[in-house]
Design a protein around this ligand. Structure first.
Ligand SMILES: *Cc1c(COP(=O)(O)O)cnc(C)c1O
Length: 363
């Protein structure tokens, strides 16, 4: 046997179908990918301008310190530069956290189901999992707090959660943090932070000041529309950030990704427009689901987890054959659901037509 024994129980990440793959297989020209919560409006025009005039020195390693991005982000978030850790997507920051803080003999607490990467990398590091079942798609924070013991090193909170889109309310978070010992690290994954209504967003600076065991994860992959470039980050107190930077590879974020992130960060208008359009289209789609009597989870993101009256794999395959890639809930721990990214208005209207047709055909 080669490799860690736990690798025999795990599989490589199963990604959603790729656009070209579906085109080839089903001979369809136009494919709408609503499977990975990418931004249907693309990314800031200013990033395109940068790419068209790009004079990069590809032979030079990127700045491992990500100076420009670090300075811009620290200023925007009102934190110290030393509180930031960058990764090739926040996915990489998750692996850094596991690598730095988990090993055999330790355990880690997370909701089940939730975003799959916490579990995956914790197991690879040899930690035991304490998975606390969600209740109606929400984290059960009192039970998660109860699960903490002497060996617990990291607790993962995903808010809004993927795949349900449900969020943790501030009061529950507060109550949890009060109960959580200070030597247990709490990771708050806010990949969809910018989609959350202002009044529901956690106060980053207050929480960092209050809790020195906190790591907040954010990303440029979702609202900023830069998923293909791979850049995300963690924000924590300096001691934790320093530990993560020791684990981090020296040049882990490419120079292009750093440049694009700095430019994207500056285009607040693009973020606001995306949020507004997402809210509008989401509301219209929810209204449609109400009309056809399909249930769904309350979402604070750019995706929605929908309960399907027919087998979810069958429903997803039907949509696939009609040019829409969605994520069947069977892969996400919620059987009988599909996770659908909120696309552009015209695409979502077409999706509605196809869903209606599917219902008629199946009845
Ligand atoms: C998409 C996502 C991430 C990872 O995004 P990156 O592209 O790696 O930055 C992390 N957590 C959650 C909950 C996500 O949905």
């Amino acid at each position: 046997m080669i490799g860690k024994e736990v690798l025999n129980q795990l599989t490589a990440y199963k990604q959603g179908m790729q656009i070209q793959e579906v085109k080839r297989k089903y001979q369809i020209d136009k494919i709408v990918k609503l499977a990975s919560n990418e931004n249907p409006y693309g990314f800031s025009k200013q990033v395109s301008t940068f790419f068209s005039s790009m004079e990069q020195e590809f032979e030079i390693y990127p700045d491992g310190y990500a100076y420009d991005l670090r300075v811009s982000l620290a200023e925007k978030l009102k934190v110290n530069e030393s509180q930031l850790v960058f990764g090739g997507g926040s996915d990489e920051v998750i692996t850094l956290i596991c690598r730095a803080f988990l090993h055999e003999g330790t355990n880690t607490i997370m909701a089940a189901p939730t975003f799959s990467q916490y579990r995956h990398h914790a197991l690879i590091e040899g930690a035991k999992l304490k998975e606390v079942p969600t209740v109606n798609g929400k984290h059960d924070l009192p039970k998660m707090a109860q699960a903490i013991d002497e060996q617990t090193k990291v607790v993962w909170l995903c808010t809004p959660d993927n795949p349900t889109g449900e969020m943790i309310v501030k009061e529950q978070f507060e109550a949890f943090m009060q109960q959580c010992p200070r030597d247990v690290i709490v990771v708050v994954d806010e990949a969809y932070y910018e989609f959350v209504a202002k009044e529901n967003q956690f106060d980053l600076n207050r929480n960092l000041a209050q809790y020195d065991n906190l790591i907040v994860l954010r990303t440029f992959s979702k609202i900023y529309g830069l998923a293909g470039l791979r850049v995300g980050y963690g924000i924590a107190n300096e001691t934790i950030a320093e530990k993560l930077n020791i684990v981090r590879g020296p040049f882990n974020v490419s120079s292009i990704a750093q440049r694009a992130a700095v430019i994207a960060l500056d285009d607040e208008q693009f973020v606001q427009t995306t949020k507004k359009l997402n809210d509008q289209v989401k509301q219209a789609f929810q209204q449609f689901l109400d009309e056809i009597n399909w249930k769904y989870y309350e979402t604070h993101t750019n995706f929605i987890l929908v309960e399907t009256p027919i087998d979810a794999d069958e429903a997803s395959l039907y949509l696939l054959k009609h040019g829409f890639i969605v994520r069947p809930g069977t892969l996400l721990g919620y059987p009988d659901t599909m996770r659908i990214t909120i696309g552009k208005e015209e695409d979502m209207l077409q999706l509605q037509t196809i869903i209606k047709k599917m219902q008629d055909e199946i009845r």
